[in-house]
Ligand binder design. Structure first.
Ligand SMILES: C[S@@+](CC[C@H](N)C(=O)[O-])C[C@H]1O[C@@H](n2cnc3c(N)ncnc32)[C@H](O)[C@@H]1O
Length: 204
């Protein structure tokens, strides 16, 4: 495996500030180290799974979930092409995460990444759904280790996305500050509904 992860650039491809996923990856790169464990809750085309796999290295452990077979196939292809063997790609909804992670790992996962919305280049009607997203986030907290990091890239611009954004905003804003730190990275001077990145740190 290539031991040096391709770190995200602080500037986006236009030379501007990081995208929602860019912020998530930067924070993951800052926190995760070799031998750590992480979950990619929305594998999609496998970019984030590959990124996380490289951060934790051969001694680390990754679980990736997606509802769509095409996403699972593409993620496995991408990992195999990169010679990655530390990741398990699971064809199931992230709301079933607890059933798929071995019990010994519950409460020990160092980072969990959600990248909501639809699979780029695919059927835009298969999107993350508010109800299952909220279920999965609650379970993700159970799976997360003390001092663990959770990121959520939210896309309010597509159909159904603004409802999901509202629900995440309510959920995140209500998290007790004695147990969690919560931050939001979001462009504030754009007319449209730009993607945003929520970050939750579980206090150690
Ligand atoms: C924006 S894409 C993820 C992009 C991906 N992280 C990457 O690096 O390419 C969102 C993905 O979430 C998946 N998805 C939708 N509902 C899901 C669920 N309940 N559990 C897991 N994945 C889900 C979709 O199939 C889609 O592939």
């Amino acid at each position: 495996m290539n031991e040096i992860p391709t770190l995200p650039r602080l500037a986006s491809s236009t030379g501007g500030l990081p995208s929602a996923v860019g912020w998530a990856q930067l924070l993951m790169a800052d926190r995760l180290k070799k031998g750590d464990s992480a979950v990619d809750a929305t594998a999609g085309n496998g970019h984030d799974t590959l990124f996380l796999s490289r951060l934790v290295g051969d001694s680390g452990c990754i679980w990736a979930f997606d509802l769509q077979e095409a996403a699972v196939t593409e993620t496995k292809r991408r990992l195999s092409e990169a010679g990655i063997s530390n990741a398990r790609v699971i064809h199931a909804g992230h709301e079933t995460m607890k059933d798929h992670l071995p019990a010994g790992w519950h409460g020990k996962i160092n980072a969990i990444m959600f990248n909501l919305g639809y699979l780029p280049g695919s059927d835009k009607t298969v999107i993350t759904r508010t109800e299952t997203t909220l279920q999965a986030l609650a379970i993700a907290f159970e799976m997360l280790a003390p001092s663990g990091l959770l990121t959520i890239a939210v896309y309010p611009g597509h159909e159904g996305g603004s409802d999901e954004q509202r629900a995440i905003t309510e959920w995140a804003s209500a998290l007790p500050s004695r147990a969690f730190e919560v931050q939001l990275f979001r462009p504030i001077n754009r007319q449209a509904s730009p993607p945003e990145c929520w970050v939750v740190w579980k206090r150690g």
